[in-house]
Design a protein around this ligand. Structure first.
Ligand code: DAH
Length: 342
């Protein structure tokens, strides 16, 4: 091949490439396709690269002419490729932006949060009233022995409350002692005093169990708050003052209270306190001066200390405060019952 024909051929092939590339570039849909076209047009193995290598075989005049043609062709193709790359990159960015778009106008997601059950909330409030005047809080076992539930509280062996018709006994195999579901929070009086010396000022919130059918005013599971104050010179006046104060804190300052004689084996004298609140008389709690026999059971000297005790139903207090007329609503798993009181 002569110098001339070689030069002609190279020139034609460069012209052909320059003529065909723009359409191909325009048709490229992806950056990868475009990179392929770029390699083909101006890469290391491209016609442009090959032409540059062959320049050396041409005579100086031809080299200048062909050299300029190669450079112009390369520049032109680079411009076409760059223009298309700009378009494709913008399109890619737009796709990513669209995919990752955050709609700031969407309403937020409010996390669902629970609330305390009315009875739990009421027990907390009852306990708070007493802790604010110096009482501590204790909790006792729900599975209790016959001794603490009855005997230590001076409840005679023949008392009907001990019968299986009233109390739920647990089958503990060959336990030394009968184990039962506590029928009141009072056993904690004995447990608490056994563990420490007087003075004692304590409240005990908790769940209690009785063999009762569920009806508007009874449930086999319900809640009590027990209270116990023991010191060297506690009188019935302290009992009345403390419990009247409590009634006014929980139901409001206008609340009236009255005490009616009652009987409990673990107190003497014993009373029932009623409160007039929210337009009705409510039988609020049982109370009394701690019976000397209870002090003896726990190792306190009945001549050295006196005390008062009380026990109230927390479910009843919750019902009165929230205007609930049927106890069963409190233990109904229908969430709408509780939602009303949020
Ligand atoms: N434990 C009694 C009951 O469940 C309530 C009670 C009465 C508790 C008098 C006391 C009390 O501490 O002194 O009916």
């Amino acid at each position: 091949m002569t110098n001339l024909s070689a030069r002609m051929e190279l020139t034609e092939r460069l012209e052909a490439l320059r003529a065909s590339l723009p359409d191909k570039v325009e048709a490229a849909e992806t950056l990868e396709e475009l990179a392929g076209l770029e390699a083909e047009a101006i890469g290391k193995r491209s016609l442009v690269a090959q032409a540059r290598r062959e320049l050396g075989t041409l005579d100086p005049d031809a080299r200048r002419v062909v050299g300029r043609q190669i450079q112009e062709t390369a520049d032109e193709m680079a411009r076409v490729l760059t223009a298309r790359r700009t378009v494709l990159e913008a399109a890619t960015d737009a796709t990513i932006l669209e995919r990752e778009r955050v709609d700031m106008t969407l309403p937020g997601r409010v996390p669902a949060h629970g609330s305390l059950h009315l009875v739990e909330e009421t027990m907390n409030e009852i306990v708070d009233i007493f802790t604010s005047i110096g009482y501590t809080v204790a909790r006792g076992p729900e599975a209790e022995t016959e001794f603490y539930n009855f005997t230590a509280l001076n409840i005679p062996a023949t008392h009907p409350a001990r019968l299986e018709t009233d109390t739920l006994y647990l089958d503990y195999g060959d336990a030394d002692e009968e184990v039962l579901l506590r029928t009141h929070t009072s056993p904690m009086q004995a447990r608490y005093m056994e563990e420490r010396d007087p003075p004692v000022y304590v409240v005990v919130p908790g769940r209690v169990f009785r063999r009762d059918a569920l009806d508007p005013t009874h449930s086999p599971v319900f809640h009590q708050v027990e209270g116990l104050a023991v010191d060297t010179d506690i009188t019935l006046a302290d009992l009345k003052g403390t419990l009247a104060y409590f009634a006014r804190e929980i139901f409001g300052p206008e609340t009236k209270v009255k005490f009616q004689p009652d009987h409990f084996p673990f107190t003497e004298p014993s009373a029932q306190m009623h409160a007039y609140a929210l337009g009705q008389w409510i039988e609020l709690l049982g109370c009394g001066m701690v019976h000397p026999a209870v002090f003896e059971h726990v190792g306190y000297d009945p001549d050295a200390v006196t005390g008062f005790a009380f026990g109230m139903g927390a479910d009843r207090v919750a019902m009165v405060r929230h205007g609930i007329t049927d106890l069963r609503y409190l233990f109904d798993p229908d969430i709408r019952v509780l939602r009303q009181f949020r």
